[in-house]
Design a protein. Sequence first.
Length: 283
Amino acid sequence: MARRVRGQEPELTQRGLAIDVGASAHYEDPDYYDFAYRDRRDDVAYYTRLARLSGGPVLEYGVGTGRIAVELCRAGIDVTGVDASRPMLEALQRRFAREPADVHRRMHVVHGDMRGARLRRRFPLVIAAFNTILHLRERKDFERFFSAVREHLAPAGRFVFDFSVPHPDYLGADPRRTYGAPRFRHPKSGLVRYRERFEYDAFQQVLSMELHFLPERGDSPWMVPLTHRQLFPQEAEALLHYNGFVDIRWTEGFTEAVPGPHPDSLVVSCRAAGKSVRRSKKR
């Protein structure tokens, strides 16, 4: 079960504590995570296509339970996955244990912080899917992460990631109220009533969310905090530029469409400066 913090959850005024807990608690219940995002398939198809075009191997930051990685491995691509959450990686191992041996052996797992993991390998494709980048908080965090990405990119390799665009409805939500959502059947707790609360820190650009669960069969309710650094598109481009990335390309969602004025999510593709393949001239 996810972190049960009802009655002892960090006050959102305790900014550092709330952000730190909110970066990990959502990932302590991988069964619920897989249930909640079971219909999210557009990104799986998108990254699988990119992986095939790259020829592999692929480095995935925030590999989680292997939702995307398993499809890459099924497509014949070797994947190295980095994640800081042991529960998510344990779920990944269980997922791959059900796969044929030729799929299982293509998956290589690294438990660690994406800002600091050093693999001493280079990859033609590095990905960070589904808001992984929104767990970076400060400029120094982006600098460390982007340095790691550059270190792991092969010549002419590309770094591709996606993130949700900050939405006025969430940034401007009243922190004094909770917002209801339809009931659902939790994979462990049965039928559950569900509510959310949002509070935005405009200076730190951090959106703190509280996910409230109330089981109908009488179990104790619980709350799971989740925090995301809000990343604005022009800010993201500047961070990439000043951290050594070029040829920055944008698409809206998992399409080839040029972003319009109101995108829900963006996909960014770029490469490291100086990583292009240079052909030597014959003399």
